[in-house]
Design a protein around this ligand. Structure first.
Ligand SMILES: [Zn+2]
Length: 302
């Protein structure tokens, strides 16, 4: 077979351009047809032409069903969201606003067999630069943290038995931030919903927990506090860098250290929300109660 032999798509018959071929077990497929495959199918090259034709027929039916999908509940943040149709006992997950175009696969409640969550911590040490350009650890060491919130749902009767998705996009740097608290609550709520499905819940008895939304007043307080700790860290680092560049300067004191976040959670983390670490200064909860001069608050209601 020569390098420039013309190939044709065994699904739609179109001519396949240079580098446009997507191989199947017993044939070829064009890029356009391949774009219609479910994102959860990971073994395209092992599919026969007949199996792929069946799959794309199913995908077309799925897309039509999405147009009529009655959304009863949505659980999500700013990336992948879980959409539920209680009337039909079905659900799907997608990161797209226009979900009909994205064509996420619709599954039934009773296809769910289990769920695991992972609040994944990545920790990166920060280094100071000496005058001769060496990188040295701060004393005590300083770190940047990033947190990502993952859900893994186990399903049956689907061409992939494991569906792992992420709830956040962008970086969550502070476990005391409003974003972290909201995502932490959300990830447990989603696990709760999938666990109910795995235990046989249907649309009539599924309980969808209310999503935690931190109000703007508390959000601002938490953000201020978060910025304050970042500022303390920056000053601590600057003092260390100054001492590093200045022979004979007194070593900087330890300053105020924020309590270190708990141990990294890797792998399945099906634990209840952790209590605030000891030593953490008092912090307002998500519901501070009525504000003295808030809109509509009338303490003197005669
Ligand atoms: Zn094609």
């Amino acid at each position: 077979m020569g390098l420039f032999d013309k190939k044709y798509c065994d699904i739609c018959g179109a001519k396949i351009g240079l580098l446009g071929n997507r191989k199947l077990a017993d044939g070829n497929m064009c890029k356009n047809c391949a774009s219609l495959i479910s994102p959860w199918m990971t073994d395209r090259k092992e599919q026969t032409v007949a199996e792929m034709a069946d799959h794309l027929a199913y995908r077309s039916v799925n897309k039509d069903a999405l147009r009529n999908f009655q959304v009863s509940d949505v659980l999500g943040y700013n990336y992948y969201k879980l959409y539920i149709n209680r009337a039909e006992g079905t659900w799907f997950i997608t990161s797209h606003q226009n979900y009909v175009d994205a064509n996420p696969d619709i599954l039934s409640f009773n296809q769910v067999t289990g769920c695991e969550i992972d609040i994944h911590e990545s920790k990166r040490e920060l280094y100071a630069k000496t005058s001769d350009n060496r990188m040295v650890s701060y004393n005590p060491p300083e770190y940047d943290y990033d947190y990502d919130f993952y859900v893994t749902v186990y399903v049956t009767g689907f061409f992939n038995n494991v569906m792992k998705f992420k709830l956040n996009t962008g970086t969550i740097e502070d476990m005391y931030s409003p974003q972290y608290k909201e995502l932490e609550s959300l990830v447990y709520n989603i696990k709760n919903v999938f666990d109910q499905m795995a235990q046989g819940a249907d649309g009539s008895n599924l309980v969808v927990p209310e999503q935690l939304v931190i109000d703007s007043f508390t959000r601002q307080q938490m953000q201020r506090e978060s910025n304050m700790y970042k500022d303390m860290r920056r000053r601590r680092m600057e003092a260390f860098e100054y001492a590093l560049r200045t022979p004979g300067a007194p070593a900087p004191g330890p300053g105020y250290n924020r309590p270190t976040p708990g141990p990294a959670v890797s792998g399945p983390a099906n634990r209840p929300p952790q209590p605030t670490p000891a030593g953490r200064p008092a912090q307002p909860g998500p519901h501070p109660g009525p504000r003295p001069h808030g809109n509509g608050f009338r303490p003197d209601n005669r």
